[in-house]
Design a protein around this ligand. Sequence first.
Ligand SMILES: *[C@@H]1O[C@H](CO)[C@@H](O)[C@H](O)[C@H]1NC(C)=O
Ligand SMILES: *[C@@H]1O[C@H](CO)[C@@H](O)[C@H](O)[C@H]1NC(C)=O
Ligand SMILES: *[C@@H]1O[C@H](CO)[C@@H](O)[C@H](O)[C@H]1NC(C)=O
Ligand SMILES: *[C@@H]1O[C@H](CO)[C@@H](O)[C@H](O)[C@H]1NC(C)=O
Length: 194
Amino acid sequence: MKSLLIALLVVALSHQVTSQSLGICVKTPIIKDFNSTRYLGKWYEIERFNYLFEPPNLDCVVATYGYLNETAVTVNNIAFNLKTNKTTGRNGYAYIPNLAAPNKLSVVLPIELYNVTFFQNEGPYEVLETDYETYALVYSCTQVVYDLVKLEVVWILSRKPTMDEKEIDYLKQRTASYKLDTSKFFRINQNCGY
Ligand SMILES: *[C@@H]1O[C@H](CO)[C@@H](O)[C@H](O)[C@H]1NC(C)=O
Ligand SMILES: *[C@@H]1O[C@H](CO)[C@@H](O)[C@H](O)[C@H]1NC(C)=O
Ligand SMILES: *[C@@H]1O[C@H](CO)[C@@H](O)[C@H](O)[C@H]1NC(C)=O
Ligand SMILES: *[C@@H]1O[C@H](CO)[C@@H](O)[C@H](O)[C@H]1NC(C)=O
């Protein structure tokens, strides 16, 4: 009976958000010489997995990171909401919990769902790969139900509003090399002029 209930819950959760999926978060590599200062500045979302806190009605998502202190950065996210035709923004910060793994940050942002800000969410932000100057591949995964259901996102980010298809394909291959499901990616419009 209990396992049936859990199975139903899992099915319900999995259907709710496509990126909520079965399994365990992937262990990602440590980039020992990751330099958060070089990572600062503006990043355009080119593709991302569909997930709960960033629904597909958000276009032109741009994240800007600024210097806060040695181990933390400010986070400013802006996006265009296609349902309301309005530009929305969220401000927060990110910090490096473990200096031995400087590419693994934790982001603290207010969560807005159905137009209501109801809590501060803290989530992982792991830079898988970046050259700082053109692209970044970022992974965030939270185990929603222990060992069973995960909320998983990968972002392909660019310093420019556009990215060559070849580069996008390459980053998808890199994503697949971490055993992540590249079929969950979808393209983000970046035509809002900011
Ligand atoms: C990180 O990058 C900044 C800006 O390029 C540079 O000044 C700094 O020395 C770098 N830090 C390390 C530890 O390499
Ligand atoms: C850096 O800023 C973060 C976020 O506000 C804070 O938690 C942390 O204590 C600060 N670290 C230092 C060394 O000031
Ligand atoms: C948003 O803009 C589009 C295109 O201009 C329009 O078709 C749509 O009705 C608008 N939606 C709202 C909620 O204003
Ligand atoms: C959502 O929030 C905006 C800005 O606070 C407000 O103008 C709008 O009426 C709200 N929409 C709904 C559906 O509550």
